[in-house]
Design a protein around this ligand. Structure first.
Ligand code: NAD
Length: 353
């Protein structure tokens, strides 16, 4: 069986996990090389995974003829530049979320990658989380009637280190974190988010204010066919990594997500105690593996990715609208495009209700 030769660019927290999955858990793939701007880091991960080649740039990675697909896991600011190099070299791409930091760059990359004829999958992992996959099938089978409300909450245990924001290379809160919920909402409701009203605040992590960012957000949204959505995103639960979603339908509701990681409960006179999911790498371990396996199989089978550059672009557009809504204190229309025409839809004036 011909294996897919792969390289991973950026082997920090997330990239190291993807590299490990490709190397050890996906037999149809062969991890040829890892690259990181920090060459020491690249070499260390290559040694851990027992692969021979490590380098420090996308340019060096694409030179390898035995690499057909590249997994981009750098901070978001560098996604676009890496995708352009991959497109020019004819390499298929898996790019972590957010696809880009601006709608303009996302639009440009849709064109660049399409013209180059390379495939792009975006790392919206929620679509590969088993409870969500099951829910999507139930919704499609009509088990809850017509979906009416999308509700989602995402709470991180604690804010990232200040350096994460200070570096200026990662997306702000809506781009970096809430973007997961935007993609999930689009996918589960099988619709575009048309309008969004975001409230944001700095309530628990005062250091974030100097970066003009926020740690807490509540967002209401309207989908293009009139259904509704509500999202909570919070940086400091204090108890764990808490991700829950509900789809309320005309004939029933599906609840996805869980708090307890290990099937063990300690019962004492003091009460009952369980653990709580503490990290995204734990909560979405299956999702990260499933999305990469699907990417590998998609490229080998010469299919179009399930979650592609267009999906990445639409989620970026919702994040941009959320940012603007928060800053301007009003509901904002999302700059959506249609998949077929790829034409920017006419901006509807959002009335100030
Ligand atoms: N899907 C998810 O659930 C999820 C979770 C975490 C992170 N992410 C995404 O993964 C990406 C990376 O996040 P992370 O948490 O692993 O960050 P990180 O800071 O831990 O790692 C980033 C790595 O990229 C390297 N790097 C920086 N600039 C580079 C460049 N130009 N070329 C090559 N390497 C470069 C850094 O040296 C570092 O090792 C981001 O887009 C982030 O949003 C996704």
């Amino acid at each position: 069986m011909a294996k897919l030769g792969m390289g991973v660019l950026g082997v920090g927290t997330m990239g190291r996990q993807h590299a490990h999955n490709i190397r050890s858990l996906i037999p149809e793939a062969k991890l040829i090389a890892v690259a990181d701007a920090d060459l020491k880091r690249a070499k260390q991960v290559a040694a851990e995974l027992e692969i021979e080649y490590a380098c420090n740039s996308i340019e060096a990675l694409v030179e390898r003829k035995d690499i057909q697909a590249i997994v981009i896991v750098t901070p978001a600011k560098f996604h676009g530049a890496a995708m352009r190099v991959c497109a020019q070299a004819g390499k298929d791409i898996f790019c972590e979320k957010p696809f880009t930091l601006t709608v303009e760059e996302a639009d440009e990359l849709l064109d660049v990658t399409a013209k180059a004829g390379v495939r792009v999958q975006v790392g919206h992992v929620r679509r590969y989380d088993p409870p969500n996959v099951k829910a999507k099938k139930r919704i499609e089978a009509g088990e809850i009637g017509d979906p009416v409300i999308f509700k989602s909450l995402a709470r991180d245990p604690a804010p990232p280190p200040v350096g994460y924001m200070a570096s200026g290379v990662n997306g702000m809160f809506f781009q970096d974190s809430t973007v997961h919920e935007f993609d999930l909402g689009r996918w589960l409701m099988n619709d575009e988010i048309a309008e969004i009203h975001a409230y944001g605040a700095v309530l628990v992590f005062p250091e974030i204010a100097q970066f003009n960012d926020i740690d807490t957000a509540l967002l209401n949204m309207k989908f293009s066919r009139g259904t509704l959505g509500a999202v909570e995103n919070y940086m400091q639960s204090g108890y764990g990594y808490d991700i829950r979603t509900e789809i309320v339908g005309s004939k029933g509701t599906i609840i996805m997500g869980y708090l307890q990681q290990t099937a063990e409960i300690l019962l004492t006179a003091g009460g009952a105690r369980t653990d709580v999911v503490d990290h995204f790498l734990v909560r979405f371990a299956d999702g990260y593996l499933n999305e990469m396996r699907d990417f590998v199989q998609t490229i080998l089978a010469d299919r179009e990715p399930e979650v592609d550059a267009f999906d990445g672009r639409q989620a970026v557009a919702v994040a941009a609208a959320a940012e603007r809504s928060y800053r301007e204190g009003r509901a904002v229309a999302v700059q959506n495009r249609t998949r077929a025409s790829r034409a920017v839809l006419e901006q509807n004036q959002v009335s100030s209700r």
